[in-house]
Design a protein around this ligand. Structure first.
Ligand SMILES: *Cc1c(COP(=O)(O)O)cnc(C)c1O
Length: 363
């Protein structure tokens, strides 16, 4: 008789960001952990991209598209849902350009409670809408902007027994800061510069909080300079005033009046960094470059970080020393397949014959 062999995993499974960074989070023994094992996303060296856009830099991308719902929103949502359930919530609500909706819907389903999402009509990428629907969210599109949607859900959350899970929910910020910890842990120290897109400005607030907490605990000595990038048609922080009709191909940062505006300015100023804008052309160029030179497919908003680094490198911002720069790629390119196809050259169709295929491939 053969003895039964028990299947033991050789590497322990990553436990999700709450268990990984519990000491840094507002979690108690009474908190039920709602997780899809988010976090631990790839931090990818990008030498070919660096050679193209900024030859002096050591460039790495934090690929947040590798999270369970394919954006960084999952880091905040695991904490927001865990706390909402702890407090007895039966339903969540959020305004969203898409990824918050996808994540809130998934984590609400995971927790066994209902979710509602309010989105700006017509401006939500197909993949994100599909996710919210697949996870059973009640979806309402409003004839207005993201900022209108956010104003409405804030009012609803004040009057009805629903938990608001936008990034003005402080538990979202807490969860999202774990990405800064992961970067320091994987690099063995902080980067010199940290670049990311800025929309509602929750994420820049989160990263800055994470880096500061690691400094306070003595894990790192010096936090990075924070480099935030808005789209030129949706750049209220750069312009110093709200933008009433924000416009950009990067729908995830199509926001005219960021909820965490002050905190974003604090991150910029306290770190000695900057917040600038990049045009839609620059964003699409960086979006294509990432996919073609490194095999990393991120959504257009994510590419704003890479476009911004290129812009700064071109004007000599980083100097001659080799600096380490991390770019956050906030969401997966598959979220918006229509955009990918729209900006690519058309592919050819030929008869199913060897000669024709070989000729078309220019072999
Ligand atoms: C939410 C989101 C952003 C913007 O993050 P903020 O915290 O709103 O500044 C950028 N990119 C993607 C893909 C997002 O989902």
């Amino acid at each position: 008789m053969s003895e039964a062999v028990s299947a033991r995993p050789r590497v322990r499974q990553w436990p999700g960001v709450i268990e990984a960074y519990r000491d840094f989070l507002p979690i108690t023994d009474a908190t039920p952990i709602v997780t899809l094992l988010e976090g631990d996303t790839p931090l990818i060296e990008c030498p070919r991209l660096a050679a193209t856009i900024a030859p002096n830099l050591r460039l790495l991308v934090k690929f947040e598209g590798a999270n369970p719902t394919a954006s960084f929103k999952d880091r905040g949502m695991t904490v927001a849902l865990s706390k909402a359930v702890e407090e007895g919530a039966q339903m969540t609500i959020c305004a969203s350009t898409g990824n918050t909706a996808a994540s809130a819907a998934a984590y609400s389903a995971r927790a066994g409670i209902r979710s509602a999402v309010v989105v700006p009509k017509g401006n939500i990428a197909l993949g994100k809408l599909a996710q919210a629907l697949a996870h059973g969210a009640g979806v309402v599109a409003v004839e207005g902007s993201f900022d209108d949607a956010l104003r409405l859900v804030r009012e609803i959350a004040e009057q009805y027994p629903v938990a608001l899970v936008n990034s003005i929910n402080p538990f979202r910020i807490e969860g999202q800061k774990t990405a800064a910890f992961e970067i320091c842990d994987r690099l063995g120290g902080p980067p010199d510069y940290h670049a990311l897109p800025v929309g509602n400005a929750g994420n820049i607030t989160s990263y800055w909080k994470g880096y500061q907490e690691y400094r306070e605990k003595g894990v790192i000595e010096q936090p990075p300079k924070m480099l935030g990038f808005q789209a030129a048609g949706a750049a209220p922080i750069v312009r110093g005033e709200p933008v009433e009709h924000p416009e950009t191909v990067a729908t995830a940062i199509r926001i005219g009046n960021p909820a965490s505006w002050k905190q974003a300015e604090a991150a910029r100023d306290e770190s000695g960094g900057l917040i600038e804008s990049v045009t839609d052309e620059q964003i699409i160029e960086a979006y294509k470059l990432l996919g073609a030179t490194e095999g990393v497919f991120a959504e257009p908003a994510s590419a704003a970080s890479v476009a911004g680094v290129k812009q700064l490198a071109q004007r000599g911002y980083f100097g001659d020393e080799q600096a380490t720069v991390t770019c956050v790629l906030t969401g997966h390119g598959l979220k918006d397949p229509e955009r990918a196809i729209a900006v690519a050259p058309e592919h050819t169709t030929v008869p199913a014959e060897l000669d024709a295929v070989v000729a078309a491939l220019e072999l």
